[in-house]
Design a protein around this ligand. Structure first.
Ligand code: GLN
Length: 288
């Protein structure tokens, strides 16, 4: 007879992982809330749950990310379905969402017409959907904000569209399969944002932790980590309105090169924002 308390004291997993996995199983099998996980932690758990726990424990010990095991990840103010065809949304990416929200708010209060945003390489839809969720009850945004999210992967787009439907954001966000700008035709945007694959192909982190299980093409450009920025910054000029904004997430040591690329392509003075760890994480600029 095993209880939550016994499983948590005897597991070799890290306490935080074990709690998330057990909380998921107790909710699924018994309908328990998080507080019941604590108040009922001495009760014997059913056989089916214990079998599933053993399977989870084993898979986590083999390295599988918790988010893929439970199939969801919290990001900004939303909960996203995730699977091994999409990158697991990272907390530092919330900074790009907050930045985009500010940019959209500026435009909403300036009473501009429609506001068109483009999220390139959306994966699970995290960035586009977190922005849309923020504005879902905003009367001006409901009429004027349009977000297009693209990805080159069909599997990723299926996941992103499922997330959009679950969150009821279909009226804000549309999806299109595209290798960066390749299938977008002639369109212009007020805001272009992206968290492209930026890890260099030789970075040892690709062989560590959760990254081993994530889609490699969402992590690395198979080059020096900057190849996608070169392409995106060059092409973005044709897709941004005058006064439009471009903003990227990037690696902690890439802000200088990205700023130089932006200046080289004629964008206004780039600015960089730091994440909660104090690392350069977002660089943005405007097209004059
Ligand atoms: N931020 C991710 C990491 O360092 C990488 C995601 C990306 O390349 N865009 O694990």
């Amino acid at each position: 007879m095993s209880s939550v308390k016994e499983l948590l004291t005897s597991t070799p997993l890290q306490s935080i992982d074990a709690k998330v996995l057990l909380s998921f199983l107790c909710h699924q099998f018994l309908g328990w809330s998080k507080s019941q996980l604590i108040s009922r932690d001495h009760e014997a758990l059913p056989e089916g749950l214990l079998l599933e726990w053993k399977r989870f424990e084993q898979q986590r010990l083999e390295g599988l990310p918790v988010a893929y095991l439970i199939g969801t990840k919290a990001f900004h103010n939303i909960e996203l379905q995730v699977n091994n065809s999409v990158l697991i949304p990272r907390p530092e990416t919330e900074l790009l969402v907050d930045f985009a929200i500010q940019e959209i708010e500026k435009r909403l209060s300036a009473d501009s017409e429609l506001i068109h945003c483009l999220d390139l390489g959306t994966g699970s839809g995290a960035i586009a959907l977190a922005i849309a969720f923020h504005f879902k009850d905003h009367p001006k945004a409901v009429e004027r904000l349009k977000i297009l999210a693209t990805d080159t992967s069909t599997e990723a787009l299926v996941t992103a569209e499922t997330n959009s439907a679950h969150l009821g954001l279909g009226h804000f966000v549309s999806f299109k399969q595209s290798d960066w700008f390749s299938t977008l035709g002639v369109q212009t945007f007020d805001l272009i944002i992206s968290n492209p694959p930026y890890i260099s192909k030789d970075d040892p982190h690709l062989k560590l932790g959760d990254l081993r299980f994530e889609p490699i093409s969402a992590l690395t450009d198979f080059s020096n980590g900057l190849a996608n920025y070169v392409e995106l910054i060059y092409s973005a000029k044709s897709f941004l309105l005058s006064g439009g904004c471009i903003a990227f997430e990037h690696g902690y040591n890439q802000s200088k090169e990205i700023s130089d690329l932006l200046l080289f392509e004629g964008f206004s003075s780039p600015q960089t924002l730091q994440d909660l760890a104090g690392l350069d994480r977002i660089t943005f600029s405007y097209l004059n």
